[in-house]
Design a protein around this ligand. Structure first.
Ligand SMILES: [Zn+2]
Ligand SMILES: [Zn+2]
Length: 187
C-alpha cells in the first residue's frame, strides 16, 4: 500500500485541527472546569499510546492477516511510504478510542485522553518516518530511536517493537541486545 507523500502525511493535516476543535468543545462543556484532571488524562493517553504502539507492532503488524502482509512490505521496502491514510485512521480513532473513552469518562476527560493518544500516535508516525529517512545527530533521541528500529529491521523481527520508546521491550523482555559495532543503518 505505497502512498503519495500527501496521503502518508494526511493525518498530520486532519488530526490536529480536529483535536483543537474537540478540546475547545471539551473546555466549554466541562462544568466545573477540571484542567488538572484533563491534563492528567492527556498524559495518561500519551503513555497509553506507547503501550498500544508496542502491542500493535508485536501482535498485530507481525501476526494479523492482511496487516502483517502490509507490514512485511514495509520490512522489504523500508523507505517506501507505507502507512495508514487519514480517511481510515480518523474513523478508527473515533470508534475505537474517542467514543468509548467519552462514554466511560465523560466528554471532557474522554477528549483529553484521546488527544494524548493521538499526540503519541503522530509522534510515532514522525519518529518512524525519521528512522528511515533522516540521519539524526549522534546520541540524540532520534538517533537512538533509529538505531533501536534498525535492529528490529536487520537483526531480528522478534524484538525492539517499540519505536518511540524502548520501555515496553524492556518490560516484556523483547529488547534486542546492543551490539556496539552495529550501525544505525535502517535504509
Ligand atoms: Zn520501520
Ligand atoms: Zn516490524
Amino acid at each position: 500500500m505505497k502512498m503519495s507523500r500527501l496521503g502518508y502525511f494526511s493525518e498530520f493535516l486532519l488530526f490536529p485541527p480536529l483535536l483543537v476543535f474537540a478540546m475547545l468543545l471539551a473546555f466549554r462543556s466541562s462544568t466545573p472546569m477540571q484542567p488538572f484532571r484533563m491534563a492528567g488524562f492527556y498524559v495518561a493517553g500519551l503513555v497509553a499510546w506507547t503501550l498500544i504502539e508496542y502491542l500493535l507492532h508485536r501482535a498485530v503488524f507481525h501476526h494479523a492477516p492482511i496487516l502483517s502482509r502490509i507490514h512485511d512490505l514495509h520490512h522489504d521496502f523500508p523507505q517506501d511510504l507505507i502507512g495508514t491514510p487519514g480517511w481510515a485512521s480518523v474513523p478508527i480513532g473515533l470508534i475505537l478510542f474517542a467514543g468509548p473513552l467519552c462514554a466511560v469518562f465523560g466528554f471532557d476527560l474522554g477528549v483529553a485522553a484521546t488527544a494524548g493518544l493521538v499526540t503519541g500516535y503522530l509522534w510515532y508516525v514522525f519518529v518512524h518516518y525519521a528512522s528511515h529517512h533522516w540521519r539524526p545527530r549522534r546520541n540524540s533521541y532520534l538517533y537512538r530511536a533509529r538505531l533501536r528500529h534498525a535492529r528490529h529491521h536487520h537483526l531480528s523481527h522478534s524484538g525492539n517493537f517499540g519505536v518511540t520508546t524502548g520501555l515496553w521491550d524492556h518490560v516484556f523482555g523483547t529488547a534486542l541486545k546492543t551490539q556496539a559495532s552495529h550501525r544505525a543503518d535502517a535504509k
